[in-house]
Write a protein that binds this ligand. Structure first.
Ligand code: SF4
Length: 397
């Protein structure tokens, strides 16, 4: 697909066709049975379809999962895109496909391998559910993804959006989608000024998405909405002069492009502090697995103080602080102090804890903070163990 041409000239927005409208403010949602589309959009629905689908044909993004539609590839890409920007997903998608080219290969892989391949994408629950769904597809559907949205939604990790995306894009079903980009485009197109909080606030947007859906080319339409939101109808300063929907856009004609979608109250950021301990014993290092309900559940990391039940039996020597790092997860900002120490005993076996070779850390499915902690420990050990000289290798006990 061709790239969107760039222009340094300031263009005038196309003249809106929906003149004479007053700004629509947040108000009661349409009653059941009401047409969720304002009259000017209902009247122009065919030209709207033609405008957006024509634009998508000309300038839709060329993405690896769009080259030759394959339900498995569509599914993987949609799950990766749930919480991650397209630019970041592209490389992960290629690597994941090389590692797990078919649903059978994904289903038969150990979970640890799937989590390792997912490392860096975050939200590891997605990877676990993807893996569980692959097993179900192989066991119950002969290795083929179901081709309807209701059946897809019975699989782990597939909600209304993902089911609609797979059903429409891979199977041509007339299913709508609502995600961050299309939500913004649809809200502006109909001048839906109420805040969108992603749950209750999405109800009217799903109705609008359903009402606007073309009976054919639903997959193209859905992808076009997402592309338009990502490249033209951006959160701030939308490029209305280049938008194929400008002649129909009620937010544009009523001067509300800056205020729609309405903002919701941001959650307050919570600051936390923790101390991670990198416990060495010769060439081994102690790692712990994040438990059920914890962030990064199932991934490996280093113990955090106090962790008495793990650390007390090990006869650890003096702890030495080697650095600090920070990470953000959900609405928490966490500052981590990183300390290293030597254990004099291996200690008893402990559920969720293991001694592994330092050299094997790279093969472990590990949390993002865990990787940074390991790097700090390695650097700190190298510096102190050789009179301050930097070393790429940790000191052996
Ligand atoms: S880019 Fe502008 S004209 Fe196009 S849908 Fe968004 S707000 Fe409306």
């Amino acid at each position: 697909m061709a790239k969107e041409p760039r222009s340094s000239r300031r263009e005038r927005p196309p003249r809106p066709a929906a003149g004479g409208l007053k700004p629509r403010r947040a108000g009661p949602a349409p009653a059941p049975g009401d047409d969720p589309l304002p009259a000017p959009l209902r009247a122009g629905i065919t030209p709207i379809h033609d405008a957006l689908l024509g634009w998508f044909t000309r300038v839709g993004r060329d993405l690896p999962w769009r080259r030759g539609i394959d339900p498995y590839r569509t599914w993987i890409s949609e799950v990766m895109l749930q919480q991650t920007q397209v630019d970041r997903v592209v490389d992960f998608f290629r690597r994941f496909m090389e590692r797990f080219p078919t649903v059978e290969r994904l289903a038969e892989a150990p979970e640890a391998d799937v989590l390792r391949a997912w490392e860096g994408l975050g939200y590891y629950r997605r990877a676990r559910q993807l893996h569980a769904a692959a097993k179900r597809i192989v066991a119950d559907h002969e290795g083929r993804l179901p081709d309807t949205a209701p059946e897809l939604r019975e699989l782990p990790g597939i909600g209304r959006y993902t089911a609609g995306a797979i059903a429409s894009i891979a199977f041509g079903r007339p299913e709508p989608i609502v995600e961050a980009n299309s939500r913004r485009v649809l809200a502006r197109l109909v001048a839906h000024a109420a805040p969108l909080d992603g749950t209750a606030g999405d109800g009217p947007i799903w109705e609008i998405a359903t009402a606007l859906l073309p009976s054919r080319s639903a997959g193209q339409w859905n992808q076009a909405l997402m592309d338009l939101g990502a490249t033209i109808c951006t959160p701030r300063s939308p490029l209305c002069s280049r938008c194929p929907l400008a002649p129909y856009c009620l937010a544009l004609v009523t001067g509300q492009t800056a205020s729609i979608p309405g903002s919701t109250a941001r959650r307050e950021v919570i600051d936390l502090e923790e101390t991670a301990v990198v416990v060495r014993r010769g060439a081994k290092v102690l790692v712990v697995r994040r438990g059920a309900g914890e962030w990064w559940e199932g991934l490996w990391d280093f113990p955090r103080l106090p962790a008495k039940e793990i650390l007390a039996p090990l006869g650890c020597g003096r702890r030495r602080v080697v650095g600090r790092c920070s990470y953000t997860v959900t609405h928490h900002r966490v500052e981590v102090t990183v300390a290293v120490c030597e254990a004099s005993r291996q200690g008893p076996r402990c559920d969720g804890a293991a001694w592994i070779d330092w050299e094997a850390l790279g093969t472990l499915a590990m949390t993002a903070p865990g990787r940074r902690i390991a790097a700090l420990a390695e650097r700190g050990e190298g510096e102190s163990g050789r009179g301050g000289a930097r070393s790429s290798r940790p000191r052996r006990g």
